[in-house]
Design a protein around this ligand. Structure first.
Ligand SMILES: [Zn+2]
Length: 407
């Protein structure tokens, strides 16, 4: 409860808003009540902006008023006509920290990352593979109120083939070769209450992959247990297979042109896409665009060494001649995303932060920008970063009365 209020405070302080000021005439009746006045409430789903006041109580939106109620007993914060939006959610991260080419890694850890990204307006993220027990502990401690920060959601593990993708990082993960093994693993993982199930399915890749029958068994068993599946894949054929077995979502976006008609099939099946445009395309801008690595927000998100790594001499020696080639590939991915957007597919913001070309927190803003470059309206991009992700995770972050106060 208190966590949410303090989180709000941190996010607002980030916007250089004045600190809490006790209401002058009356003593606070509830230490948990906070009235936000002179707010422009950005209603992402209604696509409208209202002026008013918002009461936050016990971690939830308790009421909305067109004018602040008289004799309010509690703390007030005058937002002076600033916009209020639901907190941003990153649907695909590895929250151990940040890595960059030719730079000492920033192994901040899940707890510190959760605290840091709040400064970037990110109030929730989904970790799609790290240290299983570490993630269980971090999530549990946070939910018990031991530390503040963006809300941690996680797949806890990564279901993959022996020696398949996810096994190369030196972390223990769950591997399987048959549908029977898959069912056992899903049932065992479910005991730890993963927020989603992460599956690696990429028979096209050099690394070993689970086969289609094993893939189908994972999806089916997860469905029976009421857990959504997010599939890491590489090609449009793998997307077709994911449609066939009924996966909830896929993550990453293939680099070859999307086959005719496939976007409509994805839309009709209501399959969700988390394209992670930043991890695919932002390395280009991190290397070749000075303005992308300049913002103050970025400086607050990671170490100077990580930022310096992107345009260092060594990095440029290795990749300095790649810009034209990479930009061409990036444009193809943008065109693919544009086809999905045009077909009305539900596309969610996820960065794959933890990998090259991404910075935890900062890249969420980059991903939103890239969505608009692929044809989303600003309203659609905002929804993709907030309420659409909330509804995928089964949380109400709409700013309506009763919604969680992650702002
Ligand atoms: Zn990932």
């Amino acid at each position: 409860m208190k966590t949410k209020i303090t989180k709000l405070s941190a996010a607002l302080t980030m916007l250089s808003v004045a600190q809490f000021s006790p209401a002058s005439e009356t003593p606070a009746a509830s230490p948990d009540a906070l009235l936000l006045t002179q707010v422009q409430i950005v209603d992402v789903d209604q696509q409208t902006i209202r002026r008013g006041a918002v009461l936050v109580k016990e971690g939830k939106i308790a009421a909305e008023y067109s004018a602040p109620p008289a004799n309010f007993k509690g703390q007030t914060l005058d937002l002076n006509n600033r916009w209020l939006i639901p907190g941003l959610i990153d649907m695909h991260v590895h929250a151990f920290g940040n890595r960059a080419p030719h730079a000492k890694s920033d192994f901040a850890g899940t707890e510190k990352i959760a605290q840091r990204v709040l400064y970037a307006g990110v109030t929730g993220f989904v970790d799609l593979f790290g240290h299983e027990q570490g993630l269980i502990n971090a999530r549990q401690q946070q939910r018990a109120g031991a530390f503040l920060g963006a809300d941690i959601y996680s797949s806890l593990s990564c279901l993959t083939a022996p020696k398949g993708h996810c096994t190369e990082y030196g972390l223990k993960t769950r591997t399987m070769s048959t549908p029977e093994e898959a069912i056992t693993q899903v049932q065992s993982l479910a005991k730890a209450k993963p927020d989603v199930i992460k599956v690696v399915y990429q028979p096209s890749d050099d690394q070993p992959s689970i086969d289609k029958a094993t893939f189908a068994a994972i999806v089916q068993q997860s469905k029976q247990l009421g857990i959504k599946t997010i599939v890491h894949l590489k090609t449009w054929q793998e997307v077709r297979d994911a449609l066939e077995v009924g996966a909830t979502a896929f993550t990453h976006i293939p680099g070859t042109p999307i086959p005719t008609g496939l976007a409509d099939k994805i839309a009709n099946a209501k399959m969700v896409v988390i394209p992670t445009m930043t991890v695919h395309t932002d390395l280009t801008d991190f290397l070749f665009d000075k303005t992308v690595i300049a913002p103050e927000l970025l400086q607050a998100m990671t170490t100077p060494a990580i930022i310096a790594g992107y345009q260092s001499e060594e990095t440029m020696k290795k990749w300095g001649d790649r810009e034209a080639k990479w930009r061409k590939q990036d444009a193809q991915r943008t065109a693919n995303l544009a086809a999905l957007v045009k077909a009305g597919v539900t596309v969610l913001v996820g960065t794959d932060a933890g990998n090259y070309g991404t910075i935890q927190g900062y890249s969420v803003h980059r991903e939103i920008l890239k969505f608009t470059q692929a044809g989303m309206t600003n309203w659609q991009a905002l929804a993709a970063a907030t309420t659409r992700s909330g509804s995928f995770l089964g949380i109400d972050n709409t700013l309506q009365t009763g919604a969680q106060a992650a702002l």
